[in-house]
Design a protein around this ligand. Sequence first.
Ligand SMILES: [Zn+2]
Length: 485
Amino acid sequence: MKLFTASLATETNTFSPMPTSLKSFAVARRGDYSTHFPFKDAVVALFGKWARARGWEVFESLIAAAEPAGKTLKAAYEQFRDEILADLQTAMPVDAVLLDLHGAMVADGYDDCEGDLISHVRQIVGANVPIGVELDLHCHITRTMVDNATVIITYKEYPHTDFADRAIELFKLIMDTVEGKIRPTMDFFDCRMIGLFYPTQEPMKGYVARMKALEGHDGVLSVSLGHCFPWGDVPDLGARTLVVTDNNLGQAQALAAQLGRELYAMRKTAYPRYLSMDAALDEALAVQGIPVVLADVSDNSGGGAPGDSTFLIRRMIERGITNVGVGCIWDPVAVSVAMDAGVGARLDMRIGGKMGPMSGDPLDLNVSVLGIKENAVQYFGPDETRQDMLLGHSVGVSANGIDIVLISNRTQTFSPEVFTNVGIDPLQKRLLIVKSTQHFYARFSPIAAQVIYVAAPGAIVPDFKSIPYQFADRNQYPLVDVGEI
Ligand SMILES: [Zn+2]
């Protein structure tokens, strides 16, 4: 028996001015990614490991992943797609295909890259070979994807700490399909909502628990909720429930509709609470314990923002707030200057605010260099499946009682190592500012006295009514309340 695997993933912010090019992708090719840093623990590497343990032959095609930014260039998407398809032609005949994709990748001329890729794979393997697809929950589930895949499973958790749990579920369902134990049928329901939900909080925590409780009995094989990616302006933008059943399409459709209506009924309470800068700082300063973690969600590079906005730092300086750690500002030039100056140096530096108006003005500060770490790393996910996330070179600088971590590789903030890497003790800080929408939560919430989400100015302010959609269906909550669905 032979399994074919591939992975192509980026989340596209169609409003971002930074194009996603071939060079934006970290890439590993046939056969070398099971040992290739940082892909050794990637989902496709897990698929290969599990299949080999069952005595299968595995054909590992491309794995390519890019930090979220603007549209992928047409030639880049087509080159990656065609490489995967050429590998598949070489590998044929195969008994199953497993793909690890994002679900919100947009390229010039392709609003639904994943649907396009899956349908091309289907054309090659024919109608009877099962195709399993794992997607990020920030996906736009489309008819093309569902009609061409056999089973689609999205992450349920955000932070996406469950990528390996969903992968093993998908793997087992595809193996059961190959062995004729099940015959998957699936469909989705449009929830009429632009979704950005945190399953770490109620009522979404309970909703995810109910989704899980439905799985594994009465013919229900899998239940997913694609939240959508609110800054991906495509016709299929929107939250969608997706249900996979065993040879009962009507049951899948009915359950997807039931769960979609249940979500819509929760629309007034399902969204997270965001505070303005001053309200967030006031609330944080009133907390007894330390550190209080404030998430600067509007400048999360994981959502395609630059990661160099200065609004919160400027406001804290204006208010005289001290004993603060800020992680991280993407500023390769400042990193280079501080590394040249060396630890202990004191110098005038211009920091952040370089990528455009939504980054704010640069900060001109007299800083001391606290620490330097070359090729710094932070972590994501549970310890057993922990993934290394690369920061590039990192420097800690201090000015006005605020310690700022600068990085050369654009990425969101995942773990407290961003501070300890450069000699800053996060546990001793009154406030920790992290540039992340929710992934920080997995590794910061255990040390946080409290977590507060801040809607500062920035490139991805979580106010959907202010997003200038041209292609998405505007007849969705919270743009409008469509009543009963
Ligand atoms: Zn995501």
